[in-house]
Design a protein around this ligand. Structure first.
Ligand SMILES: [Zn+2]
Ligand SMILES: [Zn+2]
Ligand SMILES: [Zn+2]
Length: 435
């Protein structure tokens, strides 16, 4: 496609250039305005924007490739096509430490060696946990049943409690809060904003840029411009013209009338005569509504402003890696167990924690070590900021009882004596339906 003529666009009031001296003059003007220059701002940037012409256009302004014939309305795409041009980032100045940075695909920057990363030896002190009183079991079940509209009290009142078996369920949680960093060349429309390039200073290395999370142990993404990497370039899609070929009419400004198919005449249904098509006023073509007949539309990348500010963007992703391990022989759902009020047998945190290795229940020690290794693998390209782990011990009483010749069970768990009843013998849902 011959784009050379685009630069001769008669509507451009101000010629666009990449020459450093011209851009320096632009920045100088902008700088004066920011410094408190009282003169009205120059219309320099506004006049750079390309705008489509008025509604009535008889001849398309697009001067590049066009198809040899009109297109049918149904043939043309309904949505703008994404530009296929790609920017040549090899023309940009790449500071040290950013050699692998590309456009469109984030480049992972592994963290520098972390010598503080070895966990300090921590003594795990575990708290003794007391059990649940057996005598409360019946009252708890009665109370529970009374709150269920369809449960009869008979079984709870008259059940024969066979055994009450007390145990503890263990709920272990390990969290590793880490940050990962990626870089990529990105751009924004240039509207005269601040541009600090390599001449203004030396860019810090990716892990030297200070970015802090708002809250610890919460996922968050922060994006910042790496200092002194910016430059202004002509838009790589429209070559600084501000417009592209209309995606509807492909530059012709007209499309074939769908009523007469371009034949100018239409056949009347009842009368065997032909008449001029009213859809196109007998011309066989209609003006493209997308470009109003001009064949050009504002560039989707620069929105008509012709220039882009390019810079290296640092993306910092804070991730809270979380793992849980339950040691629980009951059928109490884990969701309930997470909310249960238990005793905290262990809770500590720091730059690194040490996996549990001395708890009497070896399953917890194995679970802690396994989760620790998983999270170390997950954070291989990240920098660990904090770790913490907690071991909850939840007292559980499993009550077996007989009613009407059958055996049932329920659980009382937690210090606040929550009850979990997987099945109850006296239910009468018809009562609710009648009410
Ligand atoms: Zn027509
Ligand atoms: Zn068009
Ligand atoms: Zn553009």
């Amino acid at each position: 496609m011959d784009r050379s003529r685009r630069y001769q666009d008669r509507e451009v009031q101000c010629r666009v250039t990449d020459s450093p001296s011209a851009m320096a003059a632009l920045h100088q003007k902008q700088h004066h305005r920011e410094e408190g220059d009282k003169t009205p701002p120059a219309k320099h940037y506004l006049s750079l924007k390309w705008a489509p012409p008025k509604l009535t256009v008889d001849a398309p302004g697009w001067d590049g490739d066009i198809p040899s014939d009109d297109l049918d309305q149904d043939d043309v795409p309904g949505q703008p096509l994404l530009p296929c041009a790609t920017p040549d980032i090899s023309l940009f100045h790449t500071p040290a430490g950013y050699e692998n940075t590309t456009h469109g695909r984030p480049s992972i920057v592994p963290p520098p060696d972390d010598h503080d990363g070895i966990h300090q030896e921590q003594d795990h002190e575990f708290v003794e946990v007391t059990g649940v009183s057996e005598t409360e079991a019946r009252d708890l079940l009665l109370n529970y049943v009374s709150q269920q509209c369809c449960y009869g009290k008979a079984a709870a009142k008259n059940m024969h409690i066979m055994t009450i078996q007390e145990s503890h369920s263990l709920y272990y949680k390990l969290e590793t809060f880490a940050e990962g960093r990626t870089t990529s060349w990105t751009y924004e429309i240039y509207l005269g904003q601040k541009v600090e390039g390599p001449l203004s200073g030396k860019s810090p290395l990716p892990w030297e840029v200070s970015v802090k999370p708002d809250n610890m142990f919460e996922n968050q993404v922060k994006r910042v411009e790496v200092p002194y990497t910016a430059c202004v370039k002509s838009c790589y899609v429209c070559n600084a013209t501000g417009y592209n070929r209309c995606y509807k009419c492909l530059g012709r400004g007209r499309i074939r009338c769908k009523f007469c198919g371009g034949s100018v005449h239409v056949q009347h249904k009842d009368i065997f005569t032909r008449q001029f098509c009213s859809g196109c006023s007998g011309t066989g073509r209609i003006r493209c509504r997308t470009c109003h007949g001009d064949g050009r539309i504002p560039c989707q990348i620069c929105d008509g402003y012709r220039q882009l500010k390019w810079f290296i963007e640092l993306c910092v992703q804070f991730t809270n890696h979380t793992g849980e391990h339950f040691v629980d022989s009951t059928s109490i759902p884990h969701d309930l167990m997470r909310q249960a009020k238990g005793q905290i047998a262990l809770q500590n945190g720091g730059k690194r924690v040490k996996p549990i290795d001395s708890y009497p229940n070896t399953e917890i020690c194995e679970g802690s070590k396994k989760l620790y290794n998983i999270q170390v693998n997950e954070t291989v390209n990240e920098k660990i900021l904090q770790q913490k782990h907690t071991l909850h011990v939840v007292p559980v009483a499993e009550i077996l009882y007989a009613w009407n010749g059958k055996i049932y069970k329920f659980f009382v768990y937690g210090h606040d004596h929550k009850i979990f009843v997987p099945e109850y013998p006296v239910k009468c849902c018809w009562g609710c339906m009648i009410l």
